[in-house]
Ligand binder design. Structure first.
Ligand code: FES
Length: 344
């Protein structure tokens, strides 16, 4: 390859998930998939454990040890294969968004720590962590006896050893306080996960705009941790809106991301500190996002907050040119519009 020339990259499409990534002719396919943030089961990285096995459906692939071409419909190990052109592979173990069936897990509580006047940071440890797969940005439910499940975003990345939650609770908020009391009891807790379609099964190939209100920050943290781990080179901008300064419970963490990660921009949006009941901070958050003047035709948006904020933001961005399919929020699933609770 001539000095300074860019290596040729080939598109590798995985079936049936439909996820795809770009691979140069030099790196093995397992490394390239992991760099794209796609969770392919693997252990040995040496062609032995067969966890990364796939079938070649189309294209030219080379065994990187023997340099022989893999025959069409032949088995291959991603860790032992290089792309010699665009590829189509069948690999059932790779899950797209919405394909991971929620399951119940018992978790030990590793830590419950107050990190602001009303937010707790919780760490949970699963005895068989390797059995759990989820995508960055998904959520879980805490299942307590004789109580409705309580739902919380997972704040940690899918590769982290422990699950992290940010739980907002005050003594008069009965259901959340009950969860905190249960977690503080020291007894194991039952979780059900993963839930949610507003998540990342692969690193995006376009700029990402994150908009969070209050503890919606937790969902964004999971995705930021994941993108930093995968070395994503796409720009990421986070708008975090809160009512009062003291509600921005991990502001220093978001500022540190901005210092450490050149692709990341943090925009804090703080409402009226004089009036705790003022609800205009949601409008202020939406106005601030719109004023950023992004190219709305080429961005993916992830939003987390109240249905009012999310739908106001979605309408404004779609009117400004965002394709509706690029707007993602769990609100669209659990609080769909045109219902008696959420009229259009
Ligand atoms: S990771 Fe073991 S065979 Fe590929």
């Amino acid at each position: 390859m001539a000095e300074g020339a860019q290596p040729v990259r080939h598109r590798v499409t995985l079936r049936p998930s439909g996820l795809s990534f770009l691979a140069s002719g030099e790196a093995d396919l397992l490394t390239a998939a992991h760099q794209a943030g796609i969770a392919v089961p693997s252990a040995c990285r040496n062609g032995v454990c067969e966890l990364c096995e796939a079938l070649l459906i189309g294209g030219r692939a080379l065994n990187n040890r023997t340099h022989a071409l893999v025959p069409n419909a032949g088995r291959l190990m991603l860790c032992r294969t290089q792309a010699a052109g665009h590829l189509e592979l069948e690999i059932e173990a790779v899950m797209a968004v919405g394909e991971i069936t929620p399951r119940k897990f018992q978790a030990k509580v590793a830590e419950v720590k107050s990190i602001s006047h009303d937010v707790y940071r919780v760490e949970l440890q699963l005895p068989r962590r390797r059995e759990l797969t989820f995508h960055a940005g998904q959520y879980l439910s805490v299942v307590l006896p004789e109580a409705d499940p309580c739902y919380f975003s997972i704040a940690s990345s899918p590769r982290a050893e422990k699950l992290e939650l940010h739980i907002q609770a005050t003594p008069d908020w009965v259901s959340a306080q009950r969860v905190i009391d249960a977690l503080r009891s020291g007894r194991p807790v039952t979780l059900e996960l993963p839930h949610g379609r507003a998540c990342l099964a692969a690193a995006p190939e376009k700029p990402l705009l994150m908009v969070a209100a209050g503890t919606g920050f937790a969902q964004m943290k999971s995705m930021v941790d994941y993108l930093r781990e995968t070395g994503s080179d796409q720009p990421v901008r986070l708008f975090w809106g809160v009512r009062r300064h003291e509600d921005m419970y991990l502001r220093s963490l978001a500022q540190r991301w901005e210092e450490e990660w050149p692709e990341f921009t943090f925009v804090p949006v703080v409402g009226d500190s004089e009036d705790n009941d003022w609800s205009g901070h949601h409008d202020q958050l939406v106005r601030t996002v719109l004023a950023s003047g992004d190219d709305w035709s080429n961005v993916r948006v992830m939003a987390s907050g109240s249905p009012t904020m999310v739908y106001t933001l979605m309408d404004a961005l779609v009117a400004a040119g965002l394709p509706e399919a690029e707007f993602h929020s769990d609100v669209l699933e659990y609080a769909p519009r045109n219902t008696p609770q959420n009229p259009a």
